[in-house]
Design a protein around this ligand. Structure first.
Ligand code: ADP
Ligand code: GLC
Length: 472
């Protein structure tokens, strides 16, 4: 059996957030379960392109409205990722250093999806299933079902996974001619709120819908950036499947990015060495508990609360804690955090930018990882933190609720709070500080954290089970 994943990100080729991690890992684990899993994604100008060799496997062209575009499909030669990787190259549209946030993103991702289906129509055989991820491939289920041009693909089942419903990829009806011809009476399938909405179109047209955690699936039915009622309507074909993590890449015993590798039994001394190195780099005192934040600096993640949380916690504890932030995103928040560093040097530092290696070092060298997310469909950071023996401090929402149990509850190992508010987080910082002052308890809890199994095995099997039971 064969599945083709269509995604805008895939680690290590191009990653902005967790979508990249998921699409870089899930196919590998599906392969191990006996399915042939392939990935097709845009060919951006990333380092991966320069460091790897490719075969040109297909060339084609298509219309996007009134504009003709050419495309190439490249296949990575070595298969070293553990699955077949195809890069779809559209000169002038996709060959840029960044992944998202260009003014012509609707053109870029619509052309990408049309080209993928054009290429797929030329295959000698068809995959047994097409698996789309987020709005960048949300038009695929619609076009496969309804565009005359892709009639041959009509019977292939489609699954759409919602990683984040905040981003929907809407564009105006003036660009309807981008979508290859279909019976116009079906155009309601593309519409949401008076716009062409690729995510909504995907939700309506796919054969099966999944969200990246059971709690998030529930939340979508009452809070989904305007799509709530659609999620309620489509509930019957939906399921929540929790993401896993790639435990071969994220392993403190072998992680090449760490200053010192460690397993569960040497977590105390191992983490201490990593923490000392991290604190040395960022001018922090290794004797104090270190609270970190890794992620996109956006409102969804509660990043706008960070400076208030840090300022108030330092005041309330008499500077008895340290904070470190790694992130990029909203330019204003970047500026505010940079500025804040001058005021609290010695207790707070920030690295603005994307740094894969530093993120691993932070998961290893920190004591607590803060996630005051307003929305967190699944969240991978808390699972990485657990694996590295760092206590996640999370708001009870989405996947955070499904993966972290408060240490005050039976079998618990993390810290949970209800509101993404400065008060709630600061209260949790105080609980964490008390725990830090009881090293034996913290050490015992670390063992419980590191024993949590979030490897992909179970989730990959859940997807295969879903694939195998799909009927139109
Ligand atoms: P999201 O996908 O919403 O950003 P996730 O928790 O699912 O959130 O995944 C975030 C992923 O991106 C993790 O692998 C995290 O380590 C990584 N990440 C986020 N920001 C940065 C950064 N500035 N530098 C390095 N890695 C980052
Ligand atoms: C999204 C979500 C995040 C999730 C990731 C992978 O970016 O914001 O919570 O972990 O996708 O599914």
């Amino acid at each position: 059996m064969e599945v083709l994943h269509i995604s805008a990100e895939c680690y290590p080729v191009a990653k902005v957030g967790g979508l990249g991690d998921v699409v870089g890992a899930l196919p590998k684990y599906q392969h191990e379960l006996g399915w042939i899993a392939k990935v097709v994604m845009p060919c951006y100008k990333t380092g991966f392109l320069l460091d790897h060799a490719f075969d040109l496997v297909h060339q084609g062209g298509s219309w996007l409205g009134q504009t003709w575009f050419h495309f190439n499909v490249l296949k990575e030669k070595t298969n070293q990722l553990g699955f077949d990787l195809y890069l779809l190259d559209i000169p002038g549209l996709l060959d840029r250093e960044g992944v998202y946030s260009y003014p012509d993103d609707p053109e870029r991702f619509t052309a990408f999806q049309i080209a993928v289906l054009d290429w797929l129509s030329q295959w000698h055989h068809h995959p047994d299933l097409v698996h789309c991820h987020d709005h960048h491939s949300g038009l695929v289920p619609f076009m496969m079902a309804h565009s005359f041009k892709f009639q041959a693909l009509r019977d292939i089942p489609t699954v759409l996974t919602i990683h984040n419903a905040q981003y929907q990829g809407q564009f105006g009806w003036d660009r309807l001619n981008y979508i290859p011809g279909f019976d116009l009476w079906r155009s309601g399938m593309l519409d949401w709120g008076g716009m062409i909405n690729p995510l909504a179109a995907g939700i309506k047209s796919c054969w099966r819908l999944t969200a990246v955690s059971p709690s998030y699936l529930e939340e979508l039915t009452y809070s989904a950036a305007g799509l709530d009622s659609l999620f309620r309507i489509e509930r019957a074909k939906s399921s929540g499947i929790l993401n896993g993590i790639d435990t071969r890449i994220w392993d403190p015993e072998t992680d090449p990015y760490l200053v010192k590798n460690y397993g569960m039994n040497q977590a105390g001394p191992g983490k201490k060495i990593n923490k000392e190195s991290l604190c040395h780099t960022f001018g922090l005192d290794p004797a104090l508990p270190l609270f970190s934040f890794v992620g996109r600096l956006v409102g969804e993640k509660g990043a706008d609360l960070l400076t208030d949380i840090i300022g108030r916690s330092l005041y309330e504890t008499g500077n008895a804690v340290s904070f470190l932030v790694l992130g990029s995103g909203n330019p204003h928040l970047e500026w505010v955090l940079n500025d804040f560093r001058q005021r609290h040097a010695g207790n707070f530092n920030v690295y603005i930018g994307y740094q894969e290696q530093l993120s691993h070092q932070i998961y290893a060298g920190s004591d607590f990882l803060m996630m005051p997310s307003r929305v967190e469909p699944c969240g991978l950071n808390q699972m990485y933190a657990l694996r590295y023996g760092t206590m996640p401090m999370v708001r009870s929402t989405g996947g955070l609720r499904d993966t972290v149990t408060d240490f005050g509850d039976p079998g618990g190992f993390g810290i949970r709070f209800d509101q993404a508010s400065v008060w709630d987080v600061c209260y949790s910082v105080k609980r964490a500080l008390e725990l830090y002052q009881n090293p034996r308890r913290l050490q015992a809890l670390r063992k419980v954290m590191m024993k949590q199994d979030h490897s992909w095995g179970k989730s990959a099997a859940a997807y295969i089970h879903l694939y195998s039971h799909i009927k139109s």
